[in-house]
Design a protein around this ligand. Sequence first.
Ligand code: ADP
Length: 489
Amino acid sequence: MSPYNPFGLQDAELLRHSPYVDGQWIKGDGAPLEIRNPANGGFLGQVETLAADGVARAIEAAARTLPHWRALAAKERGAILEKWQTLIVEHADDLARIMTLEQGKPLAEAKAEVLSGAAFAKWFAEEGKRVYGEIIPPFQNDRRLLVFREAVGVCAAITPWNFPSSMIVRKTAPALAAGCSLILKPAESTPFSALALVELAQRAGVPPGVFNVVLGEPAVIGQVFTRHPSVRKISFTGSTRVGRLLLAQAAEQVQKVTLELGGNAPFIVFADANLEAAVTGAITAKFRNAGQFCVAANRILAHESLFAAFVERYAQAAAALKVGDGLAADSQVGPLINRKALERVQALVDDAVAGGGRVVTGGKPHALGGLFFEPTVITHAAANARLLREEIFGPLINVQSFKDDDEAIRLANDTKYGLASYFYTRDINRLLRVSEALQFGMVAVNTPIIAAESSPFGGIKASGQGREGSRHGIEDYLELKTVWVAEDR
Ligand code: ADP
């Protein structure tokens, strides 16, 4: 029997199995990581990992190359980033296949993610050229006051498995454009997507030592990143639990920290909403990536006048979604990332039902077995049900009804999180009033899509700090330096 080898890439060199430090694919000295396909448990390969010393060497390589990289003209760094973007687009089919195999999402979603990530490389290639300083009118006429905006220095990026490609480009492209060197630690279940991006960055001409990737024990790597005096910034996307931990650890060296953490997005359907559009929007906002994304709709609030009609149509649409292996052309909902995630989704259903929640559709593992779960719609969950209070990260949601705008806003804001929020209305006054009242970093009106390279992405409260994308996305990688100059009279 031939071994399971599902990759079949057009460019086999994209499949890398080891850390990349100082321009070299290096042998690890830690325990190797086994990577499996969540759709069928198939063994995809193993990657080498580094212990603490190896991670420190990667930081030192980044620190050594920093002066050279920072000294290049923004246009030169931009040209390399544009080349990276071009290569990512050229290899999008291979990159998508790698992602679906290790992460599980449908191939079309994986390809869309690869392309949307690539767009950040081009965007920041341009933004890097617009890092303007200032000349401030002096308080005395023999003085000049200048403000430079300079690269922060060596950055460490820690990324999650749910968007294993775009999260990386979103962090590394602004860092590189600003003149920072960096060390990336991708999630342990999706290293192949990260390593393929680095292979392409190397081909694009990123010099040795500027962009390093380490793999290994997350807690150990996090400690090395936060204890090493050369690391000036940590950029993290992941759970609020780990984000808090890193923020506390970063206090030791007073590192700058950007955090994209969990969410608990409300999705409000007002009485005047276009019902059809709201149903379709709520399907996308909940079920893409099997619900495993931080801006996923987490609670639907439907006005009492259309509650019954909404629930009926929404449950029908959810039940019609095709669950299956992401490589199958018609799959719309892939597997969950691992057994723990599946068990957690089941526990959230059971908790809701125990508190009076009614399952309208789904509610249990899918007949396909493995890590597949049925798209699930619940109603009447109790106010303290876990699926209303916690980030769900799975294909499951409750729909509750509300009486008026004040109640909808109060319920929507009743969470420690503040990342994304959604609402559907056709009333222009309500649009403005509700947008202002929602306590979230992002508000989507009549659309389920909330991310693009031109848009500031990020949250408030327990959802994090800092923004990625847009002209603001490069700010976190820059420091101000004030220069006073006195005339020598
Ligand atoms: P999720 O629950 O989505 O996996 P995590 O916050 O656990 O979210 O993971 C996001 C990223 O953080 C991953 O790359 C993971 O390896 C990393 N990570 C987990 N624990 C730590 C830690 N103690 N220090 C640094 N990074 C960590």
